[in-house]
Design a protein around this ligand. Structure first.
Ligand SMILES: Cc1cc2nc3c(=O)[nH]c(=O)nc-3n(C[C@H](O)[C@H](O)[C@H](O)COP(=O)(O)OP(=O)(O)OC[C@H]3O[C@@H](n4cnc5c(N)ncnc54)[C@H](O)[C@@H]3O)c2cc1C
Length: 454
């Protein structure tokens, strides 16, 4: 290990290499529960593409694993250390290199924080739509690593739809340029799409060309209360079937509503079983919202409350963004991420409630309802062995239920360490074997984020 650190110190600037065990341990894991983290050998903070290439070349020569990291807000253990690894933090490569209103692209380094890019684009009348709730801290590199989604993806799509091209350092240190800088292009296999969501196992993103959109203008939000999940699910389906494309359609259950009120005193309605937030951002947003209000009432909403203005809308969005942090205050949490066809949303939520009852657990659920993407959050006391075992079982049963309903075990958080065995079930043997061969083609020595995903 001495040689690794010596060589990294010789090739990187002062302050770019940390070996203090307290410091490296502080970077050893992301925000996922139930995921082991190994003991890293060294933590490095490159500032240039050449420095990343140097780190990968050195690691390849010495056969040392490398774990790329953004802000470590991930929820699947994807950024967790493996024993003896180089933790490669991209957080100091944090410059927005270009925003071009004519080509409608942004060229950014991987450590740029999502919200900073969004604000920089907005200042020029443009938007970078993918907006994970963690947008104030997560990085574009991490968003590309996981294929992140977010609140407005129901209308604007997920990260993959915005990544036009990538500069990627491969395991042996070579620099690969994928994709395009043009509005269209179909040359060769789509390696860009393959790299999005590859969780640091195929290469290290050092620059990204991202598509921007014209800024959509402010959203107007409506809150609808339901006394059953079935009615809320029916409303979601009715909105889509009527031809509306809201810019946001989120569902919070009673546990989540109470948790947010306790944390932020938001005054959300606590008697509701399901609180549906629907937003539109176009010039016809008031008319659309009124139409959706009627559809919610027809589906059985007990109250329909449109926000009066932008400030009230922002408050409701803030309540939704606080959902996960608020649930985390109730105990130790395992955050699931199962996406089902929109039409199966109510069945999924009822199934989760049945699992919670059977295991005598609290499971708060917050959902990107318009995408059928649910986040059941299993809450338990980690000091209680029996309860912890029940939490683990319920987490697995939730994924099994998702697959049964025609869904996927992860809509946006990725596989990481947490869901490896579930990926095998979802892909089947042929799919898994082909994915392993793809991994081997990119990383024959298996040094990039080993033990993750596959
Ligand atoms: C409160 C909260 C709310 C959240 N809400 C959402 C949400 O709405 N939608 C959503 O999708 N996620 C959400 N997340 C999860 C998380 O924020 C996302 O997965 C995010 O994309 C991770 O970004 P990061 O910078 O923290 O990456 P990290 O956690 O550091 O890394 C994530 C993965 O990407 C890889 N990686 C990081 N940088 C690079 C790079 N430069 N090159 C190659 N691989 C790289 C890592 O190896 C790892 O596998 C939430 C998390 C929290 C804590």
């Amino acid at each position: 290990m001495g040689e690794l650190v010596e060589r990294l110190r010789a090739g990187l600037p002062d302050g770019a290499v940390a070996v203090d065990p307290d410091v490296t341990a502080a970077y050893a894991r992301d925000m996922a529960g139930f995921c082991a983290a190994g003991d890293p050998a060294v933590l490095v903070f490159p500032e240039t593409v050449e420095q990343v290439q140097f780190v990968l070349r050195t690691a390849s020569e010495l056969r040392v694993p490398v774990v790329p990291q953004g802000a470590r807000t991930g929820l699947s253990g994807g950024a967790n250390a493996v024993d003896g690894c180089v933790l490669l933090s991209l957080t100091r490569m944090d410059r927005i290199l270009r925003i071009d209103p004519v080509d409608r692209i942004a060229v950014v380094q991987p450590g740029v924080v999502n919200a900073e890019l969004s604000r920089a684009a907005e200042a020029l009348g443009l938007a970078y739509p993918p907006d994970p709730s963690s947008w104030e801290s997560c990085t574009i590199g991490g968003n590309i690593g996981t294929g992140a989604g977010g609140l407005c993806c129901v209308k604007y799509g997920v990260t993959a739809e915005y990544v036009l091209g990538l500069d990627v350092v491969l395991a042996d240190g070579q620099l690969l340029r994928t994709g395009r800088r043009t509005a269209k292009g179909v040359a060769g296999y789509d390696l860009t799409r393959l790299l999005v969501g590859s969780e640091g196992t195929l290469g290290v993103v050092v620059e990204a060309v991202l598509a921007l959109r014209p800024a959509p203008g402010p959203q107007l939000v409506l809150a609808a209360e339901f006394d059953s999940v079935d009615a809320a699910g029916e409303a979601v389906c009715a909105v889509v079937a009527a031809g509306h494309t809201p810019s946001l359609m989120e569902l919070m259950d009673a546990t989540t509503v109470r948790a947010v009120n306790e944390m932020a005193r938001m005054g959300l309605p606590e008697s509701t079983r399901a609180l549906l937030l629907v937003a539109f951002d176009g010039p016809d947003r008031r008319e659309r919202l009124a139409a959706v209000g009627e559809l919610c009432a027809a589906a059985g909403a007990t109250a329909v409350v449109p926000a009066e203005d932008r400030a009230e809308s922002e408050l409701l969005l803030q309540a939704r963004r606080l959902s996960l942090p608020a649930l985390e205050r109730l105990g130790t949490t395992m955050i699931d991420d199962v996406a089902v066809p929109r039409s199966a949303l109510a069945a999924m939520l009822n199934g989760v409630a049945e699992i919670a009852d059977r295991h005598r657990l609290t499971i708060g659920v917050v959902s990107h309802a318009g995408d059928g993407n649910t986040h059941p959050v299993v809450i338990f006391d980690a000091r209680d062995e029996d309860e912890t075992a029940r939490a683990r079982r319920s987490f697995d049963e939730i994924m099994a239920l998702g697959l049964e309903l025609g869904g996927t075990v992860t809509g946006e958080h990725g596989i990481g360490l947490l869901k490896r065995e579930w990926l095998a079930r979802e892909l089947g043997p042929a799919g898994l074997e082909l994915q392993r061969r793809i991994k081997a083609a990119f990383d024959p020595l298996g040094i990039l984020n080993p033990g993750k995903v596959l």
